[in-house]
Design a protein around this ligand. Structure first.
Ligand code: NAP
Length: 275
């Protein structure tokens, strides 16, 4: 991981950037268009959206306006919970693709493990993958038991699991399970939505390395082998967040950050959600 363009190789051989921009809670229209364009200008290749973010059109518009060849980019979207099921997922995929204005998608994710539905949803993703409409398929918010359930009888193993991951929620067991099974883990809310920025240990490390707290956290993700997709709507932060390829945290400092784990979530619990 030496540059912003460096990639991990998914188990099907597809290259996925280690770093990208998330656009959760970024407004459709000029706000999302600007954020995505600034990111691409700054060298980002990967953009993470979802049907439920209601900004896929703006993401697509920004991609067109950025003028970068499509094949250089890595675009992720996700099927929302109410659309889960086989036929409804296939239809939701077409709607997302129309909004994005893309010929193919790089990564399609099952957004949450909706009980009684996610396996049918997964069959639809397998079909989209086999039809060549999406380069890679994966899941999001899956715990070990959800993954075991999918792995028990899937035809194609998920390539990615995108989960809440930051120094307060280090997810050691899940990360190990994903690594053992060739599933790339990806961090959502890597900055704990801004809540960790004045944590004293992180502030001290930021001073030591001459970096910001956000940069220390994002570097910790990468050194743990976790893809990361921080969100910002501010140009200077979009640039700052990606400037993490010129330093390395020592093993001792990695361990200090590991020590901040409290198994504490900022988002919903995948074993107990009702949406
Ligand atoms: N699969 C899922 O269920 C799921 C759930 C949540 C999120 N996600 C994905 O993960 C992405 C990231 O997570 P997130 O948006 O929840 O939170 P996040 O990236 O942890 O934090 C974003 C917050 O931090 C601020 N911020 C960003 N960079 C900063 C910096 N350098 N210094 C200070 N503050 C900074 C942003 O404010 P400004 O915008 O004002 O800069 C925003 O308030 C999402 O956008 C989405 O793509 C997926």
């Amino acid at each position: 991981m030496k540059t912003l363009q460096d990639t991990t190789v998914l188990h099907n051989g597809i290259k996925m950037p280690w770093f990208g921009l998330g656009v959760f809670k970024v407004e459709e229209g000029q706000e999302v268009i600007n954020s995505v364009k600034w990111a691409i200008e700054a060298g980002y290749k990967s953009i993470d959206t979802a049907a439920i973010y209601k900004n896929e059109e703006g993401v697509g518009q920004a991609i067109k306006e950025a003028g970068v060849p499509r094949e250089e980019l890595f675009i992720t979207t996700k099927v929302w919970n109410k659309d889960q099921g086989y036929e409804s997922t296939l239809a939701a995929f077409e709607t997302s693709m129309e909004k994005l204005g893309l010929e193919y998608l790089d990564l399609y994710l099952v957004h949450w493990p909706v009980k009684g539905k996610y396996k049918e949803t997964w069959r639809a993703l397998e079909k989209l993958y086999k039809d060549g409409k999406v380069k890679a398929i994966g899941v999001s918010n899956f715990n070990v038991h959800h993954l075991e359930d999918i792995l028990a009888d899937c035809e194609i193993k998920p390539m990615v699991n995108q989960v809440e991951y930051h120094p307060r929620l280090a997810q050691k067991e899940l990360l190990l399970f994903c690594k053992d099974n060739g599933i790339q883990m990806e961090a959502w809310s890597p900055l704990m939505q801004g809540e960790l920025l004045d944590e004293p240990t992180l502030v001290e490390l930021a001073q030591k390395y001459g970096k910001s707290v956000a940069q220390i956290i994002l570097r910790w993700d990468l050194q743990n082998g976790v893809v990361t997709i921080p969100k910002s709507i501010k140009k200077h932060r979009i640039v700052e967040n990606a400037d993490i390829f010129d330093f390395e945290l020592s093993l001792e400092d990695m361990a200090k950050i590991d020590g901040l784990n409290e198994d504490r979530r900022i988002g919903p619990d995948p074993d107990n959600f009702d949406f």
